[in-house]
Design a protein around this ligand. Structure first.
Ligand code: URA
Length: 214
């Protein structure tokens, strides 16, 4: 099930996803369950994000006879989680495409300005030739994701998709204005951001929920 709310945004609101997301939102859900649910949702979001991968025909023999079978056509992929919460979506995506490369971008939000500060960046050398799937569970102000996209574009990347679990309208507006070429896949668009830049009703701080750091 896919809902469109903005030409660049696909809301993947399949019942399996919304059910798992509701469990994640519940503040009594323990970290171990939260991480497992995030991984399961990443598989379901990944299914939609990779829907357009090109396929090619290759001859094979089934036990019954020859056929031209469809295989993914060697499209080179990189998954790039934004540290630290983006890591929670990575393993599910790697389950789907084990041969994908992985880059990491470390950004934290300055709590006063809410502006992103980069502290780490390690990307494959040939990233410019690849489809980059950027992953961050929360599209809140959009500042971190926009900064990560700018960094990727500075490395020559032309094809970028964003997977995020939850989005705020403010983040969608900011990202699509700054980078109208980036397609966004999200499980839900919530009401708004609060004064601290948290998504309402949201699920709290995704990194803290994943790792029990609060
Ligand atoms: N980052 C989070 O982890 N949660 C929010 O609600 C906003 C940004």
């Amino acid at each position: 099930m896919r809902t469109a709310i903005h030409p660049n945004v696909t809301v993947v609101d399949h019942p399996l996803i919304v059910h798992k997301l509701s469990l994640m939102r519940d503040k009594t859900t323990p970290s171990s369950v939260f991480r497992q649910l995030l991984r399961e949702i990443s598989l379901l979001l990944g299914y939609e994000v990779l829907r357009d991968l090109p396929v090619e025909l290759r001859p094979i023999e089934t036990p019954v006879g020859p056929m031209d079978a469809r295989f993914i056509k060697g499209k080179k992929l990189v998954f790039v989680p934004i540290l630290r919460a983006g890591v929670g979506l990575l393993d599910g995506l790697l389950d789907l495409v084990p041969s994908a490369r992985v880059g990491h971008i470390g950004l934290y939000r300055d709590p006063k300005t809410l502006q992103p500060v980069q502290y780490y960046c390690k990307l494959p050398e040939d990233i410019a030739e690849r489809l980059v799937v950027l992953v961050d569970p929360m599209l809140a102000t959009g500042n971190s994701v926009a900064a990560a996209v700018a960094l990727l574009k500075a490395r020559g990347v032309k094809d970028i998709k964003l997977v995020c679990l939850l989005s705020a309208p403010e983040g969608i507006a900011a990202l699509t204005a700054a980078h109208p070429d980036v397609r966004v896949y999200t499980a839900a668009v919530d009401s708004h951001l609060n004064d601290h830049g948290y998504i309402v009703p949201g699920l709290g701080d995704a990194g803290d929920r994943m790792y029990g750091t609060k």
